[in-house]
Design a protein around this ligand. Structure first.
Ligand code: PLP
Length: 480
């Protein structure tokens, strides 16, 4: 028999303040040490299931163990066996390099156990989420009617955006959505989740610069309308994951306005480039989108998870999502007091806006602008370096921190198959010999290496040494 907790004694799941502090200090020490030593470590570590099973497989213990031992084990055996996405030479996929105040904000939000689903549940945090979203609104150039919410990431943000688009269109029977062949697969998946039939998720081909082909878009929509389909959304990219391409946003906005179709922009990785002059120029027309997905855990230097959906008329988001069950009847404080649970999928939500707020308060906008600019600038420098090289060749010009290239010496005549084999071997050696973490892609079917440089701690030395080593490995692979 279990007897209920007695007055004045800690529950079996509580700790004394001294013990809590000891553990928190040790946890902080371990994380600070990890971050401090990161540049000298490999940019990636991983392990196969068969390697990791014996280390971690066990039944949950019936009796607890010393907390310090558990903490040390997590820090030694589990957490390091992962990509170090914040390593200055982690150039793969889309890197993320959080600031320390952002990391602490997640700890603070968890420690205060904020339930950010209703205004009643978290008034201060809800007010702050409104404030931070209004910062984003102003950066985008959105009107005062705009609003949004923080989400787990870009996938969730686009999913919520599609629900709003579908409802705004009156949830038609034969709905279609349009995205370019460069769009992130998160978007086709989101479309599928909101009930768009797979054959109604239309892939528009991209042009030579990997931008959505407008003529093709017009043709497809005219055809679909004639065949009785109802286009409910066009998704444009403000930074594709492959090459950093930006679709012709202003042209697509014109077209969407004329046709009465919702414009959703996937700016998950690229969006915060809006803080720089380069980004502002590239994103002309962004402010005309009906909804925009952006990831603060990518180019706004926050820890996972920090996605965001912004909607030009936030009422459309609330119309799509708000629910009023009797058990939440006490939470209606009126339109000035948003219940963020009424703007998306999640009711129980963590307080993600705090990390953005704490880090921007601490470092200031000027530092953030320069940090975003660092990535754009380094990718441009890499582009110039590659163009001057006789061993590597540009596959696509630098855009928004991404540059694609391949080993292809000017003085050698190498067939496509050999090039693919050599480039794959070079990539494997770069990772295997702990030079950097780098991923690859295919551009028009051709294998390409790719650097995505978004980290505020990355320097030109990191990029240059990586490129020099790629050149050397490439020569060795071809000549050796
Ligand atoms: C990362 C990314 C996504 C997916 O966002 P998550 O935060 O991983 O859910 C979607 N689109 C683009 C362009 C991205 O870079």
């Amino acid at each position: 028999m279990t007897s209920p907790k007695e007055d004045g004694v800690l529950s079996e799941l509580q700790m004394s303040p001294d013990q809590m502090l000891d553990l928190a200090r040790r946890a902080a020490e371990l994380v600070v040490q990890r971050i401090h030593e990161l540049p000298g470590e490999a940019a990636w570590r991983g392990g196969s299931r068969s390697e990791l099973e014996p280390l971690m497989r066990e039944d949950p213990p019936e009796e607890g163990r010393p907390a310090m031992e558990v903490l040390e084990r997590a820090a030694r055996e589990i957490l390091p066996v992962a990509g170090r996405v914040d390593h200055p030479r982690f150039f793969a996929f889309v890197p993320s390099s959080p600031t320390w105040p952002g990391v602490l904000a997640d700890f603070m939000a968890a420690g205060h156990n904020i339930f950010q689903g209703t205004w009643l549940g978290a008034s201060g945090p809800s007010q702050l989420e409104v404030v931070v979203l209004d910062w984003f609104r102003d950066w985008i150039g959105y009107p005062e009617t705009a609003g949004g919410l923080f989400t787990s990431g870009g996938s969730a943000a686009s999913l919520d955006g599609f629900v709003a688009a579908r409802e705004a269109a009156g949830h038609p029977e034969r709905a279609t959505v349009y995205m370019s062949d460069q769009s992130h697969t998160a978007l086709s998946r989101a479309a599928t989740i909101v009930g768009i039939r797979p054959h109604c998720v239309r892939e528009v081909k991209s042009d030579a610069q990997f931008r959505m082909d407008m003529a093709e878009l017009r043709r497809m929509i005219a055809e679909d309308r004639a065949a009785g389909f109802s286009p409910i959304a066009i998704c444009a990219n403000a930074g594709t994951t492959n090459t950093g391409a930006v679709d012709p946003l202003a042209d697509i906005a014109d077209y969407c306005e004329a046709e009465g179709i919702w414009l959703h922009v996937d700016a998950a990785y690229g969006g915060f480039a809006i803080l720089t002059d380069t980004g502002k120029a590239l994103f002309r027309g962004l402010e005309r989108a009906d909804s925009i997905a952006m990831d603060a855990h990518k180019w706004l230097f926050q820890p996972f998870e920090a996605g965001c959906l912004m909607v030009k008329d936030v009422r459309k988001l609330e119309e799509a999502f708000s629910v009023h069950p009797e058990y939440l009847q006490d939470t209606q404080w009126g339109t000035d007091h948003p219940n963020f649970g009424d703007r998306g999928l999640q009711l129980s939500r963590s307080f993600r806006a705090l990390k953005v707020w704490m880090s921007i308060q601490t470092f200031g906008m000027a530092a953030f602008r320069r940090a975003v600019g660092n990535g754009i600038e380094l990718a441009a420098q890499a582009d110039a370096y590659i163009r001057a090289s006789t061993t590597i060749q540009i596959a696509n010009p630098a855009s928004l921190g991404i540059v694609c290239f391949r080993v292809n010496p000017v003085d050698m005549d190498v067939d496509v198959e050999t090039l693919e084999r050599v480039n794959k071997a070079v990539q494997a050696r770069i990772i295997g010999e702990n030079v950097a973490m780098m991923s690859s892609t295919r551009l028009r079917g051709l294998y390409s290496l790719r650097l995505c440089i978004l980290n505020h701690t990355t320097t030109w030395t990191d990029v240059r040494e990586t490129l020099e080593t790629i050149e050397r490995f490439g020569r060795e692979a071809l000549e050796g």
